[in-house]
Design a protein around this ligand. Structure first.
Ligand code: GLA
Length: 398
């Protein structure tokens, strides 16, 4: 049952999720109480960019912005989805026709893809359900809003069907949904970060075998995230081209993985690679080396070393991998001018967000400084925010 008296809620864009509220909205929209609520966070990556799909180590952190999904079972053979961001009436999905959608329903492909692949893998009998979705993770900001939606869907289907998936199995299904239903050949970082992160920690993730290790974030260190609001669309081809460049370089160098190569190996193959492939490879090899060095610096709370590694990572993404943009560069430069521990672009790039690591007591001043610097250069507002390392996706009510 759909009640017109909740219409004002449809206009809320950045909705501050509260479990009780999403349960109330679910009852309003669908006329019945929710049986489960799941929460899936966004993520930032501290270091190890564009190397997850090359089998490198990466170091993501779940942030305290998240997506909530409240659901109730329905017997009908249909799922109905209502999203606070998309507005309008609930959208029906026939469980016997799980085909991708176009246009303003394309956000549903993350859910449809996960459901179809869960069924295909024989893991779950697909239950019919009604879902209410609200998220305060900015979309297209490089903060994994899509991995959060995929993971929430997988958790909900598992909870309703009793399927028993490990976090890694779940992440692999979500990644495949992104490949096949959103046309983004992503690595495994986002889905594992959203599913497996732990409060107060970064997750050192070996993308070759999906094993993980926790690394504490030092007390008194804040993470400031600045969304440039330059919308990235990883499906539009540049992301795929970076992957293809790296694969082409590996095949020319007759190597299985950049993990087996050093910068000296690359230099000795320089005459076989054109300039672009040489630069892509230099990013991959040097970024893989930086992740290990950064973890050592983080554990030793060596802020000087952390700062130079983050700077080198950003420069390498800007100059060798060519995935930055002037807005990201400005925010990183302004962060260092301010006197942060370190800063860099985070996520896939081509727009999206930066992270700045800063002492807790300076974080608020940094937020104002970045806002003003951005306004002066680009003539528009951004809203940098402080975040803390939060926990991975879970069922928070059942
Ligand atoms: C996107 C992809 C990830 C990863 C990052 C870059 O977020 O989804 O798999 O490749 O870009 O590090």
């Amino acid at each position: 049952m759909f009640h017109a008296n909740i219409l004002p809620l449809f206009t809320i864009v950045e909705w501050n999720c509260m479990t009780s509220t999403i349960q109330d909205i679910h009852s309003e929209v669908f006329g019945c109480a929710s049986s489960h609520v799941v929460r899936a966070p966004g993520r930032v990556n501290l270091i190890g960019e564009h190397i997850d799909y090359l089998g490198g180590f990466v170091l993501p952190v779940a942030i305290d912005k998240s997506l909530h999904m409240a659901v109730s079972p329905s017997e009908s053979g249909f799922c109905r989805f209502w999203s606070a961001q998309a507005g309008s009436d609930p959208v029906s999905v026939d469980l016997n026709q799980l085909a991708p959608r176009d246009g303003n329903q394309s956000w549903l492909n993350y859910c449809i893809g996960v459901m179809a692949l869960l069924r295909e893998s024989g893991v779950a009998e697909l239950p019919g359900f009604n879902a209410t979705i609200a998220s305060d993770i900015p979309a297209g900001a490089g903060l994994s809003s899509s991995a959060a939606l995929e993971t929430a869907t997988a958790l909900v289907v598992s909870a309703l069907s009793g399927a028993d998936l490990s976090p890694v199995e779940r992440a692999l299904i979500c990644q495949k949904a992104e490949h096949l239903y959103a046309n983004v050949p992503c690595g495994i970082m986002d889905q594992l970060a959203v599913g497996c992160c732990v409060e107060g920690h970064a997750l050192l993730l070996d993308c070759q075998d999906c094993s993980t290790q926790l690394v504490s974030i030092p007390d008194g260190t804040s993470i400031v995230v600045s969304d440039t609001r330059v919308k990235h669309a990883l499906g539009d081809g540049e992301y795929r081209k970076r992957r293809e460049d790296c694969e082409a370089a590996l095949s020319i160098m007759q190597a299985d993985s950049f993990r087996d190569l050093t910068i000296a190996d690359l230099e000795s193959s320089q005459d076989k690679l054109d300039e672009r492939l040489f630069k892509r490879s230099r990013h991959a090899i040097s970024e893989m080396e930086r992740v290990g060095q950064f973890v050592t610096a983080l554990e030793a709370v060596d802020e000087t070393q952390m700062g130079s590694l983050l700077r080198e990572s950003h420069n390498s993404l800007r100059d060798d991998f060519e995935v930055s943009c002037p807005e990201l560069d400005l925010l990183v430069d302004a962060s260092y001018d301010f006197g942060v521990i370190g800063a860099r672009m985070t996520g896939g790039g081509f727009g999206g967000s930066t992270i700045s690591l800063v002492r807790e007591d300076a974080a608020e001043d940094l937020v104002h400084y970045l806002k003003n610097s951005f306004q002066q250069t680009f003539g528009r507002e951004i809203e940098p925010f402080m975040t803390v390392a939060s926990g991975g996706a879970s069922v928070i009510q059942s």
